[in-house]
Write a protein that binds this ligand. Structure first.
Ligand SMILES: Cc1cc2nc3c(=O)[nH]c(=O)nc-3n(C[C@H](O)[C@H](O)[C@H](O)COP(=O)(O)O)c2cc1C
Length: 332
């Protein structure tokens, strides 16, 4: 069983933290599809310390999502520790995760995110300070290095362990790669062999088979799934099932996809107001529609929706259309 500190996780499948995506509405939906652990989108330490209203809203966690890992990012020890203490005392997160992977210049410029990867000593110092200040288990999510000439994944993960971190999630790409190229799973195996805390492998797990292959090839303790779960919580369900039983469940029907998309929309409306939720949902709706026949036809219509009723109308009519077409094919 995957165990992080005292937190027992019922399977090896972890939803990756994704900014602008992994809020409570999506996380709860993915949790209901069987994820062992869900990770929240990254939250700024300074936003927490300054009690910025938008940031505070990002700390909301539904009890049904637990166990949950809440990720913070920052480049200064003082604010990072203060933010971690706030999360420790004032949220129902189970795990506090520190971001050492975000590649975007706005973040790395402030010595946060992937910038840490260049300095194992800083990693040790910062993680130790956070561990010392909180009761919840502290983990780190990192990329394998800054660029091809600076791949310190082993040293960095060992620094996390020495500092009292309870797990590492490793994305097998460098900061410079952003999302280009292929994730390097060899480095995941190398890091797994060099630490004693759980290692969660991440990068390019696109199918349930990939998840099994990553576990087998690297020996990692859990698999973290990001992009493949966008608009596709079935990826999580099918992966959990495949790992547990060796059976591959069928892909969802269009009607099922639209129903879950609408459930996700309604949860987002409950979280934010309708106007914001519908706008935010446009990108999710496009992800739910990936692979659905006729999706290009409705994409523009979705991007013009401003209310729940409009969006639900477009989604339902697409489902009806596709069902009709399928009936014709079967009858014909
Ligand atoms: C839209 C998006 C937002 C992301 N936001 C975060 C984030 O907030 N924190 C983080 O550690 N990683 C973030 N990531 C990286 C993912 O957690 C993951 O490491 C990456 O997508 C590789 O996994 P995948 O191949 O399964 O997608 C983000 C990725 C995407 C696509």
């Amino acid at each position: 069983m995957l165990k992080i500190g005292d937190i027992e996780i019922k399977n090896q499948v972890v939803l990756a933290p994704m900014a602008g995506v992994c809020n409570s509405a999506f996380r709860l939906t993915v949790k209901e599809f069987g994820a062992g652990l869900v990770c929240a989108e990254m939250v700024s330490d300074k936003g927490i310390v300054l009690k910025n209203e938008k940031t505070m809203n990002m700390l909301y966690i539904d009890e049904r999502e637990k166990p949950l890992s809440l990720q913070i990012f920052g480049g200064e020890k003082k604010t990072l520790v203060e933010a971690a203490q706030f999360v420790d005392k004032n949220t129902n997160a189970d795990i506090i995760d520190i971001n050492m992977g975000c590649p975007v210049p706005k973040i790395t410029k402030c010595d946060a995110g992937a910038k840490w990867l260049l300095d194992p000593d800083k990693i040790y110092e910062m993680v130790a300070a956070v561990v010392e200040a909180v009761e919840k288990p502290v983990t780190v999510k990192m990329r394998m290095g800054w660029d091809d000439d600076h791949i310190f994944a082993v040293k960095n993960a060992q620094a996390v362990e020495r500092a009292g971190g309870k797990a590492v999630a490793l994305h097998g790409r460098t900061r410079v790669q952003m999302y280009e190229g292929k994730a390097n799973w060899d480095i995941i195996r190398e890091v797994k062999q060099s630490i004693n805390i759980p290692l969660i492998g991440n990068g390019d797990v696109q199918t349930p088979h990939d998840a099994k292959r990553m576990l087998e090839e690297t020996g990692c303790d859990g698999v973290m799934i990001g992009r493949a779960a966008l608009g596709n919580p079935w990826m999580i369900y099918r992966t959990v099932q495949y790992l547990e039983t060796g059976r591959l469940m069928v892909e969802p029907t269009v009607r099922e996809k639209m129903d879950v998309c609408i459930l996700h929309l309604d949860r987002l409306i409950a979280l934010k107001d309708e106007y914001i939720a519908v706008r935010e949902m446009r990108k999710h709706a496009a992800w739910y529609l990936k692979g659905v026949r006729g999706n290009a036809r409705v994409r523009n219509a979705i991007n013009e929706c401003n209310t729940r009723d409009e969006l639900v109308g477009v989604l339902n009519s697409l489902a009806v259309e596709v069902e009709e077409e399928e009936r014709h094919v079967i009858v014909g």
